[in-house]
Design a protein around this ligand. Sequence first.
Ligand SMILES: [Zn+2]
Length: 204
Amino acid sequence: MRSTAFPIGYRYPALITFVTILILTLSTPQHAFAIRTFGSGYCWTSEGAWASNTIQFRIDGSVPSSMYTAIRTSAQTWTNIGASSVTFSEQSSTNYVAYGLVDARYAAITYPGTYGQNPLTQVHTTLNSYFLWSTGGPSGAFDVQNITTHEFGHWLFLDDKNDSACSDETMYWSIPAGSTTSPIETKKRTLELPDINGAAYQYP
Ligand SMILES: [Zn+2]
């Protein structure tokens, strides 16, 4: 069962109806950087943006401390993109990563605070405690950094890519669970060019 591919994350299906809100926000002076929405390119699709290029996050108390470094590294991976001004900033925030039981079809789920809201104002991710997790050891079902890098991509409004041509990308929609016979996947830890292009489009 755990060798099956599990979809990860959430696609913000309702956001496409809120273009009007985005346009109104563009007139707000403190949001001087270019807010973009509905972009797409080879192996990336975006559906919206935050009103700022700095996205706050905190690690919820439900998360085992052994996962902290992996989560912070995932956030830093997006911050480090040279072509994008997006920055993840760890501080007291209503945006958070948690650990708990969610729908067992998903390794992790990212929830917008208000469905259909664009720009986004709150988001959180829950890593599913139904599964085993690893931070790089030889065993464990899911690699924390692998999945949180993908989920932070959703925080940027990047979509899942359900296309076999995009299977090397961080935003590819699914991940095989590691087992004693199949190695744990870590390739989503590092961004591929389409992931970078999507972030750079949203947050130039
Ligand atoms: Zn996803």
